[in-house]
Design a protein around this ligand. Structure first.
Ligand code: IMP
Ligand code: MG
Length: 183
């Protein structure tokens, strides 16, 4: 376990099993169709690459990057920093996200992508943290439901760090105090 972590919440085998199950459900639900995976950068990267390998139907991949809140308080103001490259009109779109917390980011994404007239639009999140939900968003696929803890690893970061950990864990309070970017 990384020295900055207090505990491992989801081990590598647990993540592998959860992601495989999601892939199987998605493969069954989209049988005979092509699904466009829309990853939300940067948190989706590890999850999306493993998920895509567990999906047996044809896929396309595209990405968006949104500004998210910094600090403890979400303003609900979301900005698009990087938009999709391709049109999603008439496509079966599945948003791939690391975590749904307040739900404000996902609410914005759903509203925005709906205006582009996809054939279908669903959400797949690795983690669901329902305790702080402020916007009720329909989550079709959730890997794991977790308590109200700040977690890192497997794509999730604190100040840009820990995304590469192959498991998900909870930071020690000291680690939250002492980390600057790239030091
Ligand atoms: P929202 O509150 O649902 O809009 O979540 C916005 C973003 O906050 C997520 O996509 C994550 O990038 C980030 N986030 C929320 N909870 C956590 C956490 O526990 N660890 C790391 N990032 C988080
Ligand atoms: Mg995110």
């Amino acid at each position: 376990m990384h020295k900055d972590l207090r505990e491992v919440l989801l081990s590598r085998p647990e993540l592998e099993a959860g992601v495989k199950k999601l892939g199987e459900r998605i493969s069954a639900d989209y049988a005979g169709r092509c699904v466009t995976l829309v990853g939300v950068l940067k948190g989706c990267v590890l999850f999306m690459s493993d998920l895509a390998k567990s999906v047996s139907v044809d896929t396309r991949m595209d990405f968006m990057m949104l500004s998210s809140y910094s600090g403890a308080h979400s303003t609900g103001v979301v900005r698009i920093l990087l938009d999709l490259k391709e049109s999603i009109e008439d496509c079966d779109v599945l948003i791939v996200e690391d975590i749904v917390d307040s739900g404000l980011t996902m609410e914005y994404m759903l509203q925005n992508l709906r205006t582009r007239r996809p054939r279908s639009l669903e959400v797949c999140t690795l983690l669901d943290k329902p305790s702080r939900r402020r916007a009720q968003v329909p989550i079709k696929y959730a890997g794991f439901t977790i308590e109200d803890k700040f977690v890192v690893g497997y794509g999730l970061d604190f100040n840009g760090l820990y995304r590469n950990l192959p498991y998900i864990g909870v930071l020690k309070p000291e680690a939250i105090e002492g980390k600057n970017i790239c030091r």
